[in-house]
Design a binder for this molecule. Structure first.
Ligand code: PCA
Length: 137
């Protein structure tokens, strides 16, 4: 089972971390390629599949069981209209001494949802606690 890369509310210390039953891989990670990360509607962090646009996005890596993944898939409404898709992405540890990049699951949003939502902030390299706390920016 590939690990899960989280960049938003499922990070340790963030509002949905209680739903994340994974085991954290120490350190910080980032996407190998730039990806657009937007804060949508003032609060929802959305990573888009458009590799090559935006910035390399920072997040955390978790070893996950089927059960843990299923709980987070339900939270992110995977497979439902307007929900996230879970796909594989290449990530690397930010520690320069770290080994090679690896493949990890990540929750992506569709550009159509972003267009429909209207206002968005970004592209961002990092979703912060300030973003998580602000209902509007
Ligand atoms: N939760 C998932 C995707 C966006 C969000 O808020 C995450 O933290 O990666």
């Amino acid at each position: 089972m590939p690990p899960l890369f989280v960049y938003g509310s499922l990070k340790e210390g963030f509002p949905n971390f209680h739903v994340n039953q994974g085991r954290r891989v120490p350190g910080e990670f980032r996407t190998m390629r730039p990806h657009p990360l937007y804060l949508v509607g003032g609060r929802l962090p959305c990573l888009l599949p458009a590799a090559g646009h935006g910035l390399q996005v920072q997040g955390q890596l978790f070893e996950v069981s089927d059960d843990a993944l299923a709980r987070m898939d339900a939270l992110e409404r995977v497979g439902q209209p307007g929900g996230y898709r879970r796909e594989l992405i290449e990530v690397q540890a930010m520690d320069p001494a770290a080994p090679d990049p690896l493949s990890a699951y990540v929750y992506l949003q569709s550009p159509a949802m972003l267009d429909a939502a209207g206002d968005h902030l970004g592209p961002l390299a990092l979703y912060t606690l300030e973003h998580a706390r602000s209902l509007r920016w």
